[in-house]
Design a binder for this molecule. Sequence first.
Ligand SMILES: *Cc1c(COP(=O)(O)O)cnc(C)c1O
Length: 365
Amino acid sequence: MIDRPRQRNCEAVIDLAAIRANFELACRLAPDSRALAVIKADAYGHGAVRVAETLRDMAPMFAVGFIDEAVELWEAGIREPVLLLEGAGDIDELEYVAQRGGAVVVHRSVQLTALENARVETPVAVWLKIDTGMHRLGLPPAEVGSALARLRDSDNVAEGIVLCTHLANSDIVGDVATFRQIEFFDACCEGADLPQSIANSGGIMAYPESHRHWNRPGYMLYGGSPFQHDLPQSRALRPAMTLRSEIIGLREIAAGEPVGYGSRWTADRPSRIATASIGYADGYPRHAPDGTSILVNGEAAKLAGTVSMDLITIDVTDLGDVALGDEVTLWGRRLPVDEVARSAGTIGYELLTSVSARVPRRYVS
Ligand SMILES: *Cc1c(COP(=O)(O)O)cnc(C)c1O
């Protein structure tokens, strides 16, 4: 028998200590609030079960998008309460969630009816979502009063309904529409003596007036900055994921020679081109233009040529010795994912959640 050969040397290294430190930061920034940890989309690509396990002694609650993501946590033995941000789809789902102690967002009136008609043994924790201007999910403000009355009347609903909303522009500091959303939310909640929740990462970091009983940090837990622009308060965040691979090809080309699909990049001088084993099928953005920053042995280099499915090409002409097998870092502690994202015309959220299943995750703490 021949031994199984080594794996491709490409991986996402996940620093669990960084995630814990970032959660602590979210709590420190809002000392009068509690924070649930948002671990939807496989904890933004970091592995929902591992992240839940590392935060379970710090976070009183987790949030995911929908039932499938909650089931993964329950099947892995996570017993802390899990909030479904999109709520339950129908009565069966609701009864299933109730049995496991899950909490649900109610954002449309059919979910209210389902709650009233469900057969549950223990009352369900409910977060009533109000549309304060994002116009994506949530009850119109005019329906909040009657919805609350119905929820309070139902034996299926636990005490302490949380009133919540979501900010559309918290990635911009000092945004007028955000202040308007917060004021509008306060007006909707007036008179209802209930816990509230507004802030995502941007709210936690830049809008203290959005801090309420519960905050909902997501992206910041993974060390990315939620803001469009570089801000001092983002520097305290610790990037949790390092995406790395290795050089598997190296060549010298003459001035005037093209590189890669579509011959997008052409050498304007004799150049040294390194080829790394990572591509858009791994989640590296295909829209990254020539010049996008990449670290080779920790030194700054630039993408040269269109990103392929499995490979990228890098101009390493100005670097010192570069050899086959050398380390390539696509993003991580010394190269913020947000910088790569800006270069590729997207946000770090998309890059982290796009790292594909064929990239093994390796956990360090
Ligand atoms: C995803 C999400 C969050 C977390 O947002 P971040 O910007 O990642 O902190 C909070 N609340 C809701 C409703 C969400 O969908």
